[in-house]
Design a protein around this ligand. Structure first.
Ligand code: COA
Length: 182
C-alpha cells in the first residue's frame, strides 16, 4: 500500500538505502537536495537550471495525495535527515496515465539507486491501479532512456526539440526489491 510505503534496498556495492513515501515535512529536504545537485543533473531533471528550488515548488512536490500523485524519497544512509534521491509520478494525459520523474544526487548516481527507485515506483503505481506511464527525457540522457527500456514496454516514442516523449507500460518481471535484482 503506497500510503505507508517503506522499504530498504541494497545497492550494487552493498550499501542499504531506506526508501519511504514523501511527507510534507520533506519540503526543506527537497530544497537542500536541490542545492547539492550539479548543473547537469538539475538540467536533466527540470529541463532548466534554477539557483534554488522555489519554495512553492518544494511545497507542491512534498505534498502528494499518495494515489493520483505519489513520490518516493531515498534517505542518506549517513544522515536520515538528508535525502539523496526522489522518484515521483504526477497525473498526465490521457486520464489514467501518469508522468514519472527521477533524480539521484550526483554522488549516488550509477550505483543502482535509479533502478531500485524505478521498480518501487512501478510497484506503488500498480497498487493504485496505474499501468500507463509517460516520461519526457532529454535525448542525450542515456541512463534514463536505458532505465525505461529495461523496466517498460514502450508503446509510443516521439522526439521534439531534443526531448524524447515516451509512453510505456510496465514490463512484467519477477518481484525485484533490491537494486541488483533485475
Ligand atoms: C537518470 C538517473 C535517475 C538514473 O539513476 P542512477 O542511480 O544513476 O541509475 P542506475 O545506477 O540505477 O542505472 C543506470 C543505468 O543506466 C545505464 N547507463 C549508465 N551510463 C550509461 C551510458 N553512458 N549510456 C547508456 N546507458 C548508461 C546503465 O544500464 C545503468 O544500469 P546498470 O545498473 O546496469 O549499470 C540519475 O542518473 C539522475 O538523477 N540523473 C539526473 C536527473 C535525470 O536525468 N532525471 C531523469 C528525468 S526523467
Amino acid at each position: 500500500m503506497p500510503g505507508c510505503f517503506e522499504r530498504t534496498v541494497i545497492l550494487r556495492d552493498g550499501t542499504p538505502v531506506r526508501l519511504r513515501a514523501i511527507r510534507p515535512d520533506d519540503e526543506r529536504r527537497l530544497v537542500a537536495l536541490y542545492d547539492q545537485l550539479s548543473r547537469d543533473t538539475r538540467y536533466h531533471r527540470f529541463f532548466s537550471v534554477m539557483r534554488r528550488l522555489p519554495p512553492d515548488w518544494a511545497r507542491f512536490l512534498a505534498n502528494v495525495d499518495r494515489q493520483r500523485r505519489f513520490a518516493l524519497v531515498a534517505e542518506s544512509p549517513a544522515d536520515a535527515d538528508a535525502l539523496i534521491a526522489v522518484a515521483r509520478y504526477e497525473p498526465a494525459e490521457p486520464p489514467g496515465t501518469v508522468e514519472v520523474a527521477f533524480v539521484v544526487q550526483d554522488a549516488w548516481q550509477n550505483r543502482g539507486l535509479g533502478g531500485a527507485l524505478f521498480a518501487e515506483l512501478l510497484r506503488a503505481a500498480a497498487a493504485n491501479g496505474i499501468t500507463r506511464f509517460r516520461a519526457w527525457v532529454l535525448a542525450d540522457n542515456r541512463r534514463m532512456l536505458d532505465l525505461i527500456a529495461r523496466f517498460g514496454d514502450v508503446q509510443e516514442r516521439r522526439v521534439e526539440q531534443a526531448v524524447v516523449e515516451l509512453l510505456f507500460t510496465p514490463r512484467a518481471r519477477r518481484g525485484a526489491t533490491d537494486a541488483d535484482d533485475r
